[in-house]
Ligand binder design. Structure first.
Ligand code: HEC
Length: 293
């Protein structure tokens, strides 16, 4: 025997299939959008920070240093853009701890400026590719995922004032940093890198959170749709159909006196109206046959 099908069941199967399909699409889509968004935001922040650091350096080099040199002042935070940047970065980090600013070198005056693993990689990259002037990449610094932008620090003649040899460096520098490291710069050498980093939010966590929220919303909407559509199918199609089917059966049994109820102006109403017309014609025909006999 053929299995009986129901309109409602067929509607529900289609709706549930659509629901599952929407869930299947949501997660990859949300992941894709989140990756784009996180990177876009990080890139914007990064270029702001790079330009800020660059401006600090230019300010020291152009606006402050020449005048101080003329007066014979060698105070490093005022005449070295690297030192000035480090001081500004120190203050900045107190206000914005998630950003990363550093000048790293494997031959540093200040041991705190020794390169971390990622910074050493970048330093090596610049030494192997001396034509590269900037590098932007992702990486882990102290366990945090960052988007970093980096530029090489190249030794020039005026660096020698402090970095050539401890005997030639200002007393203040030797006193603070010692004689062991941070000297011996040769003009043209890549002596370090300037690194700026903005945190990359955890894309997986953000996408799963957003995906779950959207999936929840979808579940709610589809549940609502299933309830509403089932109610409508029952009220507008199944109920009237059952009534008409009973009426048609009654007519087939010869019960022709009860008129068919016509409700509404839709397809169901018109079908009911047609059956009512059919019933009346049958009634007339039957009456004629009866009177002839
Ligand atoms: C007036 C002195 C002075 C001059 C000139 C100077 N620096 Fe420095 N530099 C310093 C001091 C002091 C530090 C240590 C800053 C700190 O405590 O982090 C430093 C730090 C650095 C660092 C970070 C690693 C380290 O040594 O701690 C780099 C890289 C660097 N300088 C490169 C340069 C280059 C390139 C030039 C020339 C374009 C230059 N410096 C000119 C004083 C100077």
């Amino acid at each position: 025997m053929k299995k009986e099908k129901s309109i409602r069941k067929q509607f529900n199967i289609v709706l549930i299939a659509l629901y599952l399909l929407s869930l299947l699409i949501i997660f990859p889509l949300v992941y894709y959008i989140t990756v784009k968004e996180v990177h876009n935001n990080a890139n914007k922040e990064l270029s702001l920070l790079v330009d800020m650091v660059q401006s600090i350096r230019t300010y020291i080099r152009k606006d402050v240093r020449p005048e101080l040199f003329r007066r014979g002042v060698l105070h490093p935070p005022a005449v070295s853009s690297t030192v000035a940047t480090r001081h500004v970065a120190g203050h900045f980090r107190k206000l914005q701890p998630k950003y990363y600013i550093k000048t790293a070198s494997d031959n540093p005056l200040n041991q705190e400026n020794l390169p971390l693993a990622l910074e050493q990689e970048i330093l090596t990259y610049f030494r192997k590719n001396p034509d590269e002037k900037e590098l932007t990449r992702e990486g882990i610094i102290k366990g945090q995922h960052y988007l970093v932008s980096s530029r090489p620090s190249i030794a020039k003649a005026n660096c020698n004032l402090c970095h050539e040899a401890p005997e030639k460096a200002p007393e203040q520098i030797v006193k603070t940093y010692g004689k062991e490291s941070g000297y011996g710069y040769k003009i043209g050498d890549i002596v370090g890198i300037s690194v700026v980093g903005v945190p990359l939010n955890n894309i997986n966590i953000v996408s799963v959170k957003r995906g779950l929220m959207l999936a929840g919303l979808m579940t709610f909407l589809f549940t609502l749709a299933i309830i509403v559509i089932n109610g409508l199918v029952k009220k507008k199609i199944l109920h009237p159909l059952e009534e008409l089917s009973n009426t048609a059966q009654a007519i087939s049994r010869g019960e022709l006196d009860k008129s068919v109820k016509v409700q509404g102006n839709d397809e169901m109403g018109r079908l009911a109206h047609s059956i009512e017309l059919m019933r009346r014609s049958l009634q007339t025909v039957m009456e004629r046959i009866r009177t002839k006999n």
